[in-house]
Design a protein around this ligand. Structure first.
Ligand code: 5GP
Ligand code: MG
Length: 173
């Protein structure tokens, strides 16, 4: 059976959200030494858009994580398969995520980053998906709250497809 893509966020809604997030972040980090750390792969489109709207200068790095279980539901058995390379000691760090779902990834990241003794760590997620939250995690900058459903587009994949779509869709099986 064919998958159905139901539109959730248009290009212009996404662009407006990115601008307002960038304004808040630029204001909060003005005069600071900001490092943004994107969580691969899904974040590559959002991060590219976001940093180009910032009015503060930043350093950019990425981390890639893998969970020991496959599938869409995070298991909590998370490890870094690509470590950060930037020196974040005594620097202000902003973790950039495409979606926070169960919260397990962000929970892992906050503990992982602590070992490098950053000055501060905050979290920015383009989408905060609330329905399946398992761990309470702080998400300091939220683009959109979406209750439920599986989203694709704007970097988000299903089986490595749909990342290139400029809009966000609900994928209906
Ligand atoms: P968490 O650990 O918060 O459950 O997982 C977050 C990660 O799961 C996201 O970074 C993303 O890779 C993946 N994920 C969660 N919900 C969705 C979704 O609706 N669509 C896609 N494509 N990935 C999702
Ligand atoms: Mg992700």
């Amino acid at each position: 059976m064919a998958e159905e893509l139901v539109p959730v966020l248009s290009r212009s809604e996404i662009a407006d959200t990115v601008k307002s997030l960038a304004q808040r972040i630029s204001k909060d980090y003005s005069g600071k030494d900001l490092c943004v750390i994107g969580v691969l792969n899904g974040v590559f489109v959002f991060l590219a858009d976001l940093v180009r709207e910032l009015t503060v200068s930043v350093r950019v790095d990425f981390i890639r994580l893998a969970s020991y279980d496959s599938g869409n539901v995070s298991s909590g058995n998370i490890r870094a398969t690509k470590e950060i390379e930037l020196d974040i000691k005594d620097r202000d760090v902003l973790v950039i995520e495409d979606i926070v779902d169960s919260g397990l990834t962000v929970d892992f990241l906050l503990r992982y980053l602590e070992q490098f003794q950053p000055k501060s760590v905050k979290v920015c997620a383009f989408i905060d998906k609330t329905e399946r939250r398992e761990v309470e995690v702080p998400v300091d900058y939220v683009g959109h709250v979406v209750e439920e459903g599986f989203l694709v587009g704007y970097g988000l994949d299903y089986d490595q497809r749909y990342r290139e779509l400029p809009e966000i869709y609900h994928l209906k099986p």
